[in-house]
Design a protein around this ligand. Structure first.
Ligand code: AMP
Length: 224
């Protein structure tokens, strides 16, 4: 591990690729902190901050929130003191402007992107994954109507909770808009990270555990 500089991992991939699920597993296995701009924006919407009010309609339509708002939210979060072991950026950067701002932000802190890991998936399967997913309201564990059900129906495997939530934007229609935004604005970042020499690609159509194993191998290798 680059001894003093915290590692910065980026998970790239369309909605439904498994970025959130895998980021949470990497948190547990490597002591990294998941930093999801989607989660931060949903919290801003829920608490009615000016950024949340500005982001709400864009998120509901499956578009991208402005770089200005996202960068402000990210900078605030990156300033918190709990990120010393390193971060996994989940859903950020999503535009060329965000990638450049991240490079500058990290450079100012004496850091750099450790690895940008692209979760390679099949587009059509993503619509089904997104439209069926839900989370435990108690602990945030993710489930899917057909691909990942709790062992006991209606009861969370992790915390025993019985209330589940679905994101308002996890519908087939919005998923298509989000996929389109991904291809138009985020997929070009793959070339940016390839050029920087930090791009890693994982076949993310397999099981959650096999993808986690592949990611763990990458993190183990680049942090050695
Ligand atoms: P996610 O939870 O990553 O799927 O993000 C949910 C929604 O939040 C997206 O469809 C966007 O509207 C918005 N969002 C999250 N992260 C970003 C970002 N880095 N840039 C712009 N919009 C974002």
């Amino acid at each position: 591990m680059r001894a003093e500089t915290p590692a910065v991992y980026i998970l790239l991939g369309p909605p439904g690729a498994g970025k959130g699920t895998q980021a949470r597993m990497l948190e547990q296995d490597f002591g990294l902190v998941q930093l999801s701009t989607g989660d931060l924006l949903r919290a801003a919407v829920a608490s009615g901050t000016p950024a949340g009010l500005a982001a709400k309609a864009v998120m509901a339509a499956g578009g991208l929130v402005s770089d200005e708002i996202v960068l402000q939210i990210l900078r605030d979060r990156m300033a918190a003191p709990d990120l010393r072991a390193g971060v996994i950026l989940d859903g950020f950067p999503r535009t060329a402007g965000q990638a450049e701002a991240l490079d500058a932000l990290l450079a100012a802190r004496g850091q750099a992107v450790t690895a940008a890991i692209c979760l390679a998936v099949d587009d059509e399967a993503m619509i089904d994954r997104v439209a069926g997913r839900h989370t435990c309201a108690g602990c945030g564990e993710g489930y899917h109507d057909t691909h990942k059900q709790p062992a006991k129906a209606g009861v969370c495997d992790q915390c025993g909770g019985t209330a589940f939530t679905r994101r308002a934007d996890d519908t087939a229609g919005t998923a298509r808009a989000r996929l389109k935004a991904y291809h138009a604005q985020t997929a070009p970042l793959i070339a940016h990270y390839r050029k920087m020499g930090v791009l890693e690609t994982v076949d993310a159509m397999g099981s959650i555990t096999s993808i986690a194993r592949a990611l763990g191998t990458i993190v183990g290798r680049v942090s050695a």
